[in-house]
Design a protein around this ligand. Structure first.
Ligand code: HEM
Length: 202
């Protein structure tokens, strides 16, 4: 199979896997399977999904450099945009459905609850990254594009912090997310120092 076909197949798989959690939530909503607190359940599942897709997006480059499997590179954009899509839905669900678009409460939450501030800052940081993810912007920004897109690590770190702060007792999953993020960052730093692995990058 030629490269174009392989990448198309992988992209199709990404679309299927990324759409599945959303379709699953909608199906649960229509069949009344969201439990007693449906609003909170949707908010939480959208948050989980965003974070998982963000971490998968960050794992693409380290895996590609470790294995030399360059077909993975074109998957970063759809994965990143799916993470941003779920995150925006997570934010809108909170603002519109949970808070009923009551701006005074939303502003109060952002100011007074550190975990909301962390999540909100992360979401704001990801907006310019989503906008500049096109080929045109990559060309226009040249080296600055890479510098700008390193912000994704800060945003994901804030997302993990947001997750950690809002759980009441069970910190298992926030700790798993922290471990994965730290491992990915260490791997990136190590690979950046090794020219032999860097040469596999696009
Ligand atoms: C990178 C950005 C963000 C990520 C990765 C993220 C992720 C998450 C995760 C994983 C959860 C917990 C789900 C669970 O318990 O299983 C969550 C909960 C929540 N998130 Fe976010 N989120 C982000 C941004 C935001 C933003 C921008 C807002 C609103 C301004 C927000 C509001 C909330 C709220 C209200 C909860 C529920 C907290 C509770 O039940 O007390 N998040 N988020």
């Amino acid at each position: 199979m030629n490269k174009k076909r392989r990448v198309l197949l992988l992209k199709g798989l990404v679309w299927l896997l990324c759409l599945a959690p959303g379709v699953w939530l909608v199906w649960r909503g229509f069949t009344d399977r969201l439990g007693a607190n449906a609003i909170e359940e949707v908010l939480h599942r959208l948050g989980d999904t965003s974070l998982v897709i963000l971490l998968v997006t960050l794992s693409i480059t380290p895996i590609r450099r470790l294995t030399g499997w360059n077909d993975l590179a074109p998957l970063r954009r759809p994965l990143g945009l799916f993470a941003f899509f779920y995150l925006t839905t997570h934010f809108l669900w909170y603002a519109v459905v949970d808070e009923g678009l009551a701006f005074e409460f939303i502003v109060e939450d952002v100011i007074e609850r550190p975990y909301i501030l962390a999540g909100f800052t992360a979401w704001l940081m990801l907006i310019p990254l989503a906008i500049t993810s096109t080929k045109g912007w990559i060309r226009r920004l040249k080296k600055n594009w890479q510098k700008l897109h390193r912000l994704v690590y800060v945003a994901t770190g804030l997302g993990v912090l947001h997750f950690y702060w809002q759980v009441k007792a069970d910190t298992y999953w926030p700790l798993v997310a922290t471990t994965v993020l730290v491992a990915l960052m260490l791997l990136r730093i190590r690979q950046a120092r090794r020219p032999s692995q860097r040469s596999l990058a696009d």
